[in-house]
Design a protein around this ligand. Structure first.
Ligand code: FNR
Length: 386
């Protein structure tokens, strides 16, 4: 029998997921684009930033609570959209949405989730954000927006850094891209997991997320991914977002901004928020890390809209670093995915507890008691002394 894993830090969930998942799924989460330079830079640049230790400040009355778009959050964290999370655990998106709600933070549902919007929203007491890709099939987008509104989604996140999918070289090696025959055989060998039955890898294709709902018929996973691959749209521009505005009155957040000029365009467009992101290093390898891009962007537009960030955040200490660099809130992708794969809702709840604990320690030892007070003076050599 395999030795039981001890889970102390968020990184332990990565190892637990590696043990638990078939390789094609682990590499799908863990990998990045091309040679994975940006993936490594996201983590490396962030952890290289020194926090500024302060002492004897009486920080006993400390709170992680914050306000985002008029909602109170228990801490400045948001679950990032992660496609096909329902393949990491059965009804995976519902499990994560419940964990996020239990810990008082928003969950963002991906366009390409396994569970449809209508299944998720009623199971959460917290705001549900919905992420949309701008796809060639505008009928799908209109349908998704209407369903999101009807279901009670509160915020819309537009991911604009995927006019074409980045080349992820691990996928052909692991078999995640290409035909699903080998995966089916592998999963058959380990005993037909329920989620794999749900996504139609055995026998009859099942109801699969938002795409099945739109097409009005069950889709197997291969059809689902094939439909998506054909639908990424390199012609997208700000004008397309104007078209979408007409269908959506709530807060609109643009995800995938890495340049101050684009951030200024987002202000001109009238976005309520942006997510500084390079898609976790999964799109254009060689672009700069978000830890480097964030301060320039926060300086350019931080007073005009809500600046959030993701990519490379692996601990509560990293969250505090990102807030100090100018973000109002931080999204996490892979840490959540590893935890979900390791132990479902309970593991994601524990992960969020660990993040909260780490944030408290970072605030205690940098001498701040309120999220709004975290700024560049909390960093050594970046506003504080070198
Ligand atoms: C993603 N990401 C993503 N983003 C998005 O807007 N829609 C999506 O469907 C997905 N799918 C997806 C799948 C997987 C497996 C990963 C790891 C990521 C990107 C995600 O929202 C986020 O930007 C990054 O994950 C942030 O980087 P970290 O936290 O993973 O380093």
């Amino acid at each position: 029998m395999a030795a039981r894993m001890i889970i102390a830090s968020p990184t332990d969930y990565r190892l637990a997921a590696k043990r638990r998942l078939p390789r094609f799924l682990f590499d799908y989460i863990d990998g990045g684009a091309y040679a994975e330079h940006t993936l490594r830079a996201n983590v490396g640049d962030l952890e290289a930033i020194s926090l500024r230790q302060r002492i004897l400040k009486n920080v006993a009355d400390l709170s992680l609570e914050t306000e985002l778009f008029g909602h109170r959050l228990a801490m400045p964290l948001v679950i990032a959209p992660v496609g096909l999370a329902g393949m990491l655990a059965r009804r995976g998106e519902v499990q994560v949405a419940k964990a996020a709600a239990a810990k008082g933070i928003p969950f963002t549902q991906s366009t390409v989730s396994v569970c449809p919007i209508e299944e998720i929203v009623p199971q959460s007491s917290q705001p549900i954000w919905f992420q949309l890709y701008v796809l060639k099939d505008r009928g799908f987008m209109k349908n998704a927006l209407e369903r999101a509104r009807a279901a009670g989604v509160t915020h819309l996140v537009f991911t604009v850094d995927m006019p074409t999918p980045g080349a992820r070289y691990r996928d052909p090696h692991s078999g995640m891209s290409g035909r699903f025959g080998p995966q089916r055989r592998l999963l058959q060998a380990i005993g037909k997991p329920r989620w794999a039955v749900d996504v139609g890898l055995f026998g009859r294709p099942h109801d699969l997320g938002n795409v099945s709902r739109y097409l009005g018929k069950p889709t197997g996973l291969a059809d689902y991914i094939g439909w998506l691959a054909k639908n990424f749209d390199p012609s997208i521009s700000w004008a397309d977002l104007e078209w979408i505005r007409a269908f959506w009155q709530g807060p609109m957040i643009i995800k995938g901004i890495l340049d101050p000029e684009d951030a200024r365009d987002a202000v001109k467009f009238g976005a309520d928020g942006i997510v500084v992101s390079n898609h976790g290093g999964r799109q254009l390898d060689g672009v700069m890390s978000t830890a480097r891009a964030l301060p320039m962007i926060a300086d350019a537009v931080g007073r005009d809209l809500t600046v959030m960030v993701d990519s490379g955040v692996r601990s509560g200490l990293d969250v505090v670093r990102m807030l100090a660099l100018g973000a109002r809130a931080v999204m996490i992708g892979r840490p959540m995915a590893y935890a979900l794969a390791s132990g479902g809702q309970a593991a994601v709840e524990n992960l969020l507890d660990v993040f909260a604990r780490e944030m408290r320690v970072a605030m205690t030892l940098t001498g701040v008691t309120r999220i709004a007070d975290i700024d560049r003076t909390c960093l050594a050599g970046q506003g504080g002394p070198a």
